[in-house]
Write a protein that binds this ligand. Structure first.
Ligand code: 4AD
Ligand code: MG
Length: 447
């Protein structure tokens, strides 16, 4: 019995006879030779089946293999730069094969399929090379997030998913029945994070969050993953320094650790290489001026090649505004001091200018829009109580949140980074639905 290796490690076994267990992606060739493009979850390589090496009986087995058949291949690993479909450049000279199952006719073929068909078959689509590469990048993003936070003094403190009140506005709540009492799926862990900083100083929560978004866009999911760091004794300006270090680390780590995956996705990484601190900072006021100037000049933005729409001061940005703003910079940009009226109730107003708040969104380049929303939090109990009233939120449900401002209140700030938006940006995919294994988009709950 040859030792079983994973394809990713083939480079360490050149010249050795080894076995690989996996699935056939494609079989080509005729006559005495067949080429098997084979994957085992860790990578893809080519196995060459040559009739004189395998013997007639085993070679006939090879020619019976259909797409997605499972098998154990045995043979010598060779380095071959030209090996097609093998990002690592290694192949196997087959000397033995054990078939585990000859697969039924596989519904996903190399021809173009509509996206609804692919989403109906998401449980199978996951096996395709592009989806495999995207989800490996996702895992690398999550690993980088946790490594950076754990190494920089942030403690992981989990926050609940079943919650009694809105965290981020009442229009996108998923309501559920909590034994006869209405409850909601968490839109954010932030409010609980704010309690946790008074115990631990710097914390983060990381988990699925839920928003009943009523419109279909390429940037919105109903269920998405968000990491939310929160920091005591931290102003907005200090928060932005943390954010730019954090995002730069994630991007540079993914470039280093996922070079094969990004190459497979044909991602041009030129702009990603720039993602190093400091990031530019512009105010909302300045951003509105830039947008309206562009609107007057009829500037066009992708992906629909529409003109940038003008915007009155006080409105939130739409996707074309964010795309245009980000296109003016060579790395992510912070837009700060949004109008208080478009942001959540808990944001600290700017002293002397209460119509804007101490908030900042980070906009990613290349049309990916907002990847981070963050702010300094209101630290005064009386002001916070007034804000809760003004937003018509149930005061009872927020008593504990106001309490935090009564016992050693401090300036504090935090932010949330959307994992799927970050993955979509880094992999260069158009729609967030491919950045998560089983997407929950409006109108779809299966598979
Ligand atoms: O700007 P948001 O709504 O901020 C918060 O939830 C704050 N409580 C975070 C905090 O300060 N602790 O969301 C933060 C990020 C967005 O920038 C975006 O990346 C992502 O979460 N996001 C979504 N991603 C996918 N689908 C959706 N429907 C999303 N809504 C927000
Ligand atoms: Mg936001």
């Amino acid at each position: 019995m040859a030792p079983i290796i994973r394809i990713r490690d083939a480079k360490d076994h050149v010249g050795e006879v080894v076995s690989v267990q996996g699935w056939l992606q494609r079989r080509t060739g005729k006559g005495k030779i067949n080429f098997l493009r084979f994957r085992d979850g860790s990578g893809i390589f080519q196995a060459v089946a040559f009739r004189p090496n395998l013997g007639d009986e085993k070679f006939e087995l090879v020619t019976s293999l259909t797409t997605e058949s499972s098998a154990i291949l045995t043979g010598v690993i060779k380095a071959d730069e030209r090996a097609p479909g093998t990002p690592g450049g290694y192949e196997m000279d087959l000397s033995d094969i054990e078939i585990v199952q000859v697969a039924e006719e596989y519904p996903i073929t190399p021809k173009e399929h509509g996206v609804e068909f692919l989403l109906d078959n998401r449980h199978l689509w996951l096996r395709s090379n592009t989806q495999w590469a995207i989800l490996r990048v996702r895992a690398a993003v999550i690993r980088a997030i946790r490594d950076w936070l754990d190494d920089n003094g942030f403690l992981l403190v989990d926050t609940p998913i079943l919650t009694p009140a809105a965290g981020e506005g009442t229009t996108t709540l998923f309501e559920i029945d909590y034994h006869g009492t209405p409850a909601f799926l968490a839109q954010t862990g932030q409010l609980y994070n704010e309690a946790n900083i008074f115990a631990f100083g710097r914390v983060y929560c990381f988990g699925p969050t839920f928003r009943a978004e009523k419109s279909k866009t390429r940037r919105h999911l109903q269920e998405f993953w968000m990491v939310e760091p929160e920091v005591a004794f931290c102003t907005l300006e200090q928060l932005l320094e943390i954010e730019e270090q954090f995002v730069s680390y994630i991007v540079q780590t993914v470039l280093k650790d996922c070079a094969d995956e990004l190459a497979l996705l044909e991602r041009d990484t030129t702009l990603l290489q720039n993602v190093l601190p400091p990031f530019p900072r512009i105010s909302y006021d300045r951003a509105v001026d830039m947008i309206n100037e562009a609107a007057t000049q009829g500037v066009i933005v992708p992906p629909n090649d529409e003109p940038v729409p003008a915007i009155p001061w006080g409105e939130d940005f739409g996707a074309p505004h964010e795309t245009f703003l980000a296109s003016k910079f060579d790395r992510p940009v912070f837009v700060t001091h949004y109008p208080t009226q478009v942001k959540a109730f808990y944001m600290e107003p700017e002293p002397g200018r209460p119509e804007v708040c101490r908030s900042a969104d980070m906009l990613a380049p290349e049309g990916y829009g907002e990847i981070i929303g963050g702010s300094e939090r209101m630290s005064d109990p009386t002001m916070l109580e007034a804000a809760i009233k003004k937003h018509k939120l149930p005061e009872d449900a927020y008593g504990w949140y106001v309490d935090l401002r009564k016992y050693g209140s401090v300036p504090h700030s935090g932010f949330g980074l959307g994992v799927e938006r970050t993955v979509a940006w880094l992999t260069g995919i158009h729609h967030l639905r491919e950045a998560v294994p089983f997407p929950r988009v409006l109108g779809r709950l299966t598979p």
